[in-house]
Design a protein around this ligand. Structure first.
Ligand SMILES: *Cc1c(COP(=O)(O)O)cnc(C)c1O
Length: 438
C-alpha cells in the first residue's frame, strides 16, 4: 500500500511546501500533534448528534473529546456556547444563516471585490446570494469599510443579519460600529473572523466577543489548527435569545450536516490548547511585525499597497499603476520564483475578477516557520524583482486574446532565467526554516 502513487505525491507536495515561501494569508502550517490527531482512528467513528445525545452507540470517548474541544474554545474566547462541528467555514456560515433567517430575508455583507467572502451574500452564484436577499456594502476613498454606507443600506433595507467579516481586507474591522448599526435596525450581528481569529486571541485585533451575537471562524487560518470551523454564541446573543445555541446546533444537524469529523474535533482541541500558550501570543505579535515590515519594504521599493498598508496579517499589492491587468502574471511569476500567493481584485478594480490587478499577500505561514523581519526584507526584494521582470507583460485589452496570452506568458515565465535564479535563492533560504518550528 505504501507504494501507492498517492504517497509519492504527498512527498512531492511536502517538498514543494518546504522549498517555497507561502504567502497565501489563509494558509498556515499545523503542529505535528495536530497532524497526528488528524490521521488517528477517530475518523473511523460515526457520532451524529452532540455529546451525550448521539444517534449512534459507542461514543463514550468521542463525547469526552468533543466536550474538551468545546470547553477549551469557550475558555479561550470567554463565550457561553460553542459548536465545533461545521465541516468548514462556508457550511458554518450556511448554518448560521439557516438558524437566523428565513429564505428571502435580507443579508447585509461586504462585497467580494472589496474583500468580503463568497458566503457573505455574493449575488447570483452563491447560496447566500440566491436564497437570501443580498445587499452589499463597500469601502470609502481610503479603502476602509464605509460605515456611512453600511448604515444607509441598513436603514433602507432592514437586514435580518449583518455580517462583518473579511477575506481580502487588510485593516481592522470595527465591530463596535457594526453593533451600533445592527442595534439601530434590530439586525443580528454575525462576526466572521475566519482570517483574524489568531490575531483576536493574540490581542492584535479588536475582539468581536463584546459586540457580535454570533461569531464564526475557520480553524485552519491564523488559528493554526485543522481544516474546519467553529460557531460561537456570545453572552449578547444568548441574552437576546437564550435558545440561540440550540438553534445553531439544530442548524448544523439536522439542518445542514450529518456526522461530525471527530478527528478534526480532536485536532481543534489540540490547536485550542496550543493557542492558549504564551508562545502563541508571541507568534501572533511576530505575524503582525512581519506584515508591517513586509508592507513597508514593498512600499519602499516603489510598489503600491491597497489603503497604504496593513493592520492585520495581510496586504494587497496593487499593480494597476505598474501595468494593465498584471495580477495573474505577477502571481504566476512569483510562484515560478518559489514564492506563492494569489492574484486578487483590488477595490478600484478596472480589469476583471478573472484577470485582476492585485496580489494578496500574508505572513501567518512564514511566521510559523520562524521567519522574521530580516527574511521579510528579502521577500520584499524578491517580489519587487519579479514585478520588474514581468511588468511589460500587460493583459491584452482584447478579451478574446486573454486566455491564449496567459498560456503563452506562463510558458515564457517557466523558462525565465532570472525567475529561476530567484527560485534558487528562495530554496537556499527555506533550508533553515522547517515547516514545523514549535
Ligand atoms: C476562509 C473563509 C471562509 C470559508 O472557509 P472555508 O473553510 O474555505 O469554507 C468564510 N469566511 C471568511 C471570512 C473566510 O476568510
Amino acid at each position: 500500500m505504501s507504494q501507492d502513487i498517492v504517497f509519492t505525491l504527498i512527498k512531492k507536495e511536502e517538498k514543494r511546501q518546504k522549498e517555497m515561501i507561502g504567502l497565501i494569508p489563509s494558509e498556515n502550517t499545523v503542529s505535528p500533534e495536530v497532524s497526528k490527531v488528524l490521521s488517528s482512528c477517530l475518523s473511523n467513528k460515526y457520532s451524529e448528534g452532540f455529546p451525550h445525545h448521539r444517534y449512534y452507540e459507542g461514543n463514550q470517548i468521542i463525547d469526552q473529546i468533543e466536550d474538551l474541544a468545546r470547553d477549551r474554545i469557550k475558555e479561550l474566547f470567554k463565550v457561553p456556547y460553542v459548536n465545533v462541528q461545521p465541516y468548514s467555514g462556508s457550511p458554518a456560515n450556511t448554518a448560521i444563516y439557516f438558524a437566523l433567517m428565513q429564505p428571502g430575508d435580507t443579508l447585509l455583507g461586504l462585497k467580494l471585490t472589496k474583500g468580503g467572502h463568497l458566503t457573505h451574500g455574493h449575488p447570483k452564484v452563491t447560496m447566500s446570494g440566491r436564497f437570501y436577499n443580498p445587499v452589499q456594502y463597500g469601502l470609502d476613498a481610503k479603502d476602509r469599510v464605509d460605515f456611512a454606507e453600511v448604515r444607509k443600506l441598513a436603514l433602507e433595507h432592514k437586514p435580518k443579519v449583518i455580517v462583518a467579516g473579511n477575506t481580502a481586507y487588510p485593516f481592522e474591522l470595527d465591530f463596535k460600529k457594526f453593533r451600533e448599526i445592527a442595534d439601530e435596525v434590530g439586525a443580528w450581528l454575525v462576526a466572521d473572523i475566519s482570517h483574524v481569529t489568531g490575531l483576536v486571541i493574540g490581542g492584535e485585533h479588536m475582539s468581536p466577543v463584546p459586540y457580535a451575537d454570533v461569531i464564526m471562524s475557520t480553524t485552519h487560518k491564523t488559528f493554526r489548527g485543522p481544516r474546519g470551523a467553529m460557531i460561537l454564541v456570545t453572552d449578547k446573543g444568548m441574552e437576546r435569545n437564550p435558545k440561540l445555541g440550540n438553534k445553531i446546533d439544530s442548524a448544523i444537524i439536522p439542518g445542514n450536516q450529518g456526522g461530525p469529523h471527530n478527528a478534526t474535533t480532536a485536532a481543534i482541541a489540540i490547536a485550542a490548547e496550543e493557542a492558549s500558550r504564551p508562545e502563541f501570543q508571541g507568534y501572533i505579535k511576530q505575524v503582525r511585525k512581519n506584515a508591517d515590515t513586509l508592507s513597508k519594504a514593498l512600499q519602499a521599493k516603489g510598489l503600491d499597497l491597497v489603503g497604504g498598508g496593513t493592520e492585520t496579517h495581510l496586504m494587497l499589492l496593487d499593480l494597476s499603476k505598474v501595468g494593465y491587468g498584471l495580477g495573474k502574471q505577477v502571481a504566476f511569476a512569483m510562484d515560478a520564483a518559489g514564492i506563492y500567493a494569489n492574484a486578487n481584485t483590488v477595490p478600484s478594480e478596472v480589469v476583471s475578477p478573472f484577470y485582476p490587478s492585485g496580489v494578496r499577500i500574508g505572513t501567518p505561514l512564514v511566521t510559523s516557520r520562524g521567519m522574521k523581519e530580516k527574511e521579510m526584507e528579502m521577500i520584499a526584494s524578491w517580489i519587487a524583482k519579479v514585478v520588474e521582470i514581468v511588468k511589460e507583460e500587460e493583459l491584452p485589452k482584447d478579451k478574446t486574446k486573454r486566455a491564449s496570452f496567459i498560456l503563452e506568458f506562463e510558458k515564457r515565465a517557466l523558462k525565465n532565467k532570472e525567475l529561476k535564479a530567484i527560485r534558487k535563492e528562495v530554496k537556499a533560504l527555506t533550508k533553515t526554516f522547517p515547516l514545523f518550528t514549535w
